[in-house]
Design a protein around this ligand. Structure first.
Ligand SMILES: Nc1nc2c(c(=O)[nH]1)N[C@H]1C(S)=C(S)[C@@H](COP(=O)(O)O)O[C@H]1N2
Ligand SMILES: [Mo]
Length: 402
């Protein structure tokens, strides 16, 4: 554990304020007024201006402009931390230790060893906070009041977690693999952020310990020098600044597993099970639900009667792949297929576009909904849970035809 000495005791040093005017205009209409009043565009060191949701810990979401392409730029990628103290990690001192009671030997790797001793692997995958769009929940729920921007898509490069576990002699009866990062709570009463995933997901060939994002080292705020990449699953499992990996013979307990990131059982069309963490009433979040965004237009935007309008956006799911995106220009009475862009892989954002020509002047709603190859379609009504997870309601923009 080399990083504790270099703790940055304030996560907010070096913040640059960029004013509130633009942020106000980027706001989602249904965010609570307090969230709209307090949000501003701010630059964390090394980042473009992002929408501030909280200061300590640093929670910043991507502005709509970040979704103009299907790969989210590193300097516009959202930032989510639960704890206050985020160390500035020196990669030369950083070590990744792997062991646990369900591994036969404890091993430790430097970043150079990760880069040199294991086969490098790349995957394009969406990293989405389970609480993305929580701020749009009706009724409102507590927690970071995210709009649409607690999600991003990147090309991750690193090593397979299963290759690392093999070097530690993973036991056949390992139930879960647990991860800890370098960040620490401000108060001892706050539990350290430790998460686990079932062994079957840990040894999936797409689950990585990644040291690069879009061809560059991970940004500090996104987990430098290495993080978990668990394609298809909610980002809560994508431990940043990962420093310890433990193979466990029994389920991990603790606040971040037993209390946080859980949903009522049977309410969502999820397929991936995390059986060792299920209780009678609830289960942990697992894969991302099928979802989409309209990125070409925003509410109130004008377009000319009699001229084609090209609506475009992004769609994604938990890894089955996108089957279809449909658009409705009559408030959901009828739907037409959008054209899909080439696929960057089944865990990636998938671009789509749809052209139509409005004739009547006045308000023109445009709705989009995605369906996955696994057979799910976005919902039209929110499936409510008290933590605001898994909001995959079809999006609508209100255009003005002039
Ligand atoms: N060490 C550490 N890793 C973490 C977290 C954290 O608080 N500490 N938060 C998780 C959650 S809930 C999310 S949504 C993602 C956010 O990843 P990003 O900041 O790179 O966008 O990081 C995950 N990994
Ligand atoms: Mo999250």
């Amino acid at each position: 554990m080399t990083t504790r000495r270099t703790l940055l005791h304030s996560a907010i040093g070096g913040l640059a304020l960029a004013g509130t005017g633009l942020a106000g205009r980027l706001a989602q209409a249904a965010l609570p007024q307090g969230t709209l009043d307090s949000q501003r565009l701010e630059s964390l060191p090394g980042k473009q201006p992002l929408l501030k949701r909280s200061y300590r810990p640093p929670n910043y979401e991507s502005p709509p402009a970040a979704f103009a392409q299907d790969i989210t730029p590193n300097d516009q990628f959202f930032v989510r931390w639960h704890l206050m103290n985020i160390p500035q990690v020196d990669a030369r001192e950083w070590r990744l230790s792997i062991g646990g009671d369900a591994a036969s030997n404890a091993v430790e790797f430097t970043l150079e060893q990760l880069r040199g001793e294991f086969e490098p692997v790349e995957v394009v995958a969406v990293c989405q906070c389970a609480g993305n769009r929580r701020g749009l929940s009706e009724p409102h729920v507590p927690g970071v009041q995210w709009g649409n921007g607690a999600v991003g898509n990147a090309r991750w490069r690193g090593v397979r977690l299963r290759d690392l576990l093999a070097r530690a002699g993973l036991a056949r009866d390992a139930v879960e693999i647990a991860f800890a990062g370098g960040d620490l709570p401000a108060l001892e009463a706050t539990p350290q952020f430790v998460k686990s995933i079932p062994t079957w997901k840990a040894v999936d060939e797409n689950t990585l310990v990644a040291y690069e994002m879009n061809g560059a080292p991970l940004p500090h705020w996104n987990g430098y020098p290495a993080r978990l990449v668990v394609p298809g699953w909610a980002a809560t499992y994508w431990t940043k600044q990962v420093s310890s990996i433990q193979a466990l013979g029994r389920p991990l307990s603790g606040f971040w597993m037993s209390t946080a990131y859980r949903i009522p059982k049977g309410k969502y069309p999820l397929i991936d099970r995390f059986v060792s963490q299920e209780s009678d009433a609830s289960m942990p979040v697992t894969e991302i639900l099928v979802n989409s965004m309209i990125t070409s237009h925003s509410d109130g935007q004008r377009c000319a009667a009699g001229r084609p309008v090209v609506v475009a956006g992004l769609a994604w799911d938990g890894g089955s792949g996108i089957r279809e995106v449909e658009v409705s220009i009559d408030e959901g009475r009828s739907w037409r297929s959008a054209e899909l862009a080439p696929s960057l892989g089944r865990y990636s954002f998938r671009g789509w576009r749809y052209a139509f020509t409005p004739h009547a002047r006045g308000p023109q709603g445009v709705m989009a909904r995605a369906s996955s190859l696994q057979g799910s379609t976005q919902t039209m009504e929110l499936i409510f849970n008290a933590s605001g997870y898994h909001n995959n309601v079809a999006q609508r923009v209100a255009l003005q035809v002039v």
